[in-house]
Design a protein around this ligand. Sequence first.
Ligand code: AMP
Length: 400
Amino acid sequence: MSVPGIETLEVNGKKVLVRVDFNVPLDKKTGEITDTTRITASLPTLEDLLNKGASLILISHLGRPKGVRDESLSLAKVAEKLQTLLPSIKVHFCSESIGKSASEMSANLKRGEILLLENIRFYAQETSKEKPERIKFAKELTSMADAYVDDAFGACHRAHASIVECAELLPAAAGHLLKKEIQILQSLVTKPERPFVAIIGGAKVSSKIAVLENLIQKVDSILIGGAMAYTFLKSRAIDVGTSLVEKEQLSPAFQIIDKAGYYQKNFMLPEDHVIASEFSERAKIKKTSNKTIPPTFMGMDIGPKTIEKYEKVIKEAKTVLWNGPMGVFEMKPFAAGTMAMAKAMSKVKGTTVVGGGDSVAAVNLAGLGGKMTHISTGGGATLEFLEGKKLPGVEVLRQE
Ligand code: AMP
C-alpha cells in the first residue's frame, strides 16, 4: 500500500494546509497537556515543509466538542506548547478555524511561519454525515492554502471534512508520520510473529467491541483490562458493583467471549481488582480476592493476581499490541496494572506496538517509550487498520 509523500508536492513559497493530530491527553482537573507525543511526532513533517520554503496552516481536533465551542478544548494551549518546541519559528494561533480572522491571518502568514487554527470540531460541518456540508466547510479551509498534507493518522479512520474533503480539493500528500504508521502497521498485519498478544483496555468499550471482534481472528491471546472488563464480566453474570458498565454492550460482549472460544483463542479477563468506594484516589480503596466486586465499590484497576497472569502471557509473546490502559492510571492508587503491562512489554524480544493516546501517555509515564518498537499516534485508527478496514483518510490519498 503506498500513498504519495511530501516530495510529490511543490511547496516552495506556498501555503500548505496540514491536518495534524494534536488530540493530546489533558489532565482532567487542570486541563494541562499531560503528554506531548502527538505534537512532537508531527515535527519531522512540519520542519521538512518549512525547510522546503512553505508556510503552514495547521488544523486539528482536540477531544469531542460535538460541533460547539468549548473553551476547555481550545487548541490555544497546544499552540503555546508548539511554540516552545519550535523556538525559532513564529507560531500564530487563530481562535477560529474558518471565517474573517482565519482568512486574514493565513493571508498575512509569512514564509517559514506557522498558523494553528482553532479546534476543527467546534464546527458541526467537520463531522457532518452530509457530504455537501463537509465539502462546503472544506472549501473554506482549502481556500486559504495551495496544497494539503495529512499527517493525522489518529483521525484517518474518520470521513471528516479535514481528512477527506480537504484532500479532494487540493494537491494532497501524506506526511512523514502517516507514511511511517502505515508501513509499520502493515507489516504487523501481514506477517506477525507468533504468539501475537493484544492487550486491550480503556473506557470506551462501545468503540472497541467491534474492533475486538475482528482482532480475535488475528491474535493468539487477548488480555482485557480497564473499564471495558466490567462489561465483559457483567455479561457473564459476575457482580461488578458500581463499576462502569455499558448495558447495551452486554450482549455483544457475551458473544465476543463465545467467539473467542470458538476460534480457540486465549481470551483473558481480570481475576481480581483494585476497587474504590467512589471515583477518587481519596476513596476507600481495597483489593478483591476474586472476580466479584461488592455492591458499593467500583473496579478501578486490575489486581495483582491478574497482573501476574497477564505478565506470563506477555513474556512468551513475539508480537504485542497494546491499546487502552488497564485502570484509571491517571490516579496513582490505580496505576499499577497499566504500569506493569508497560514494563512487561518493554522486556519482550519481538515487536511491540503501542496504540492510543492514553496507553502512549502511560508508557511515557513509565519512562519506557524508547523500549517499544513503535508508538502509534492512533487509537481507533490503529486498531481499525490492524483489523483490515480501509481508512478513509488513507484511501483518499491513494486515489490521488
Ligand atoms: P480509552 O480512551 O477508551 O482508551 O480510555 C482511557 C480512559 O479509561 C482513561 O482515562 C482511564 O482513566 C479510563 N479507565 C480505565 N480503567 C477504568 C476503570 N476501571 N473505570 C473507569 N475508567 C477507567
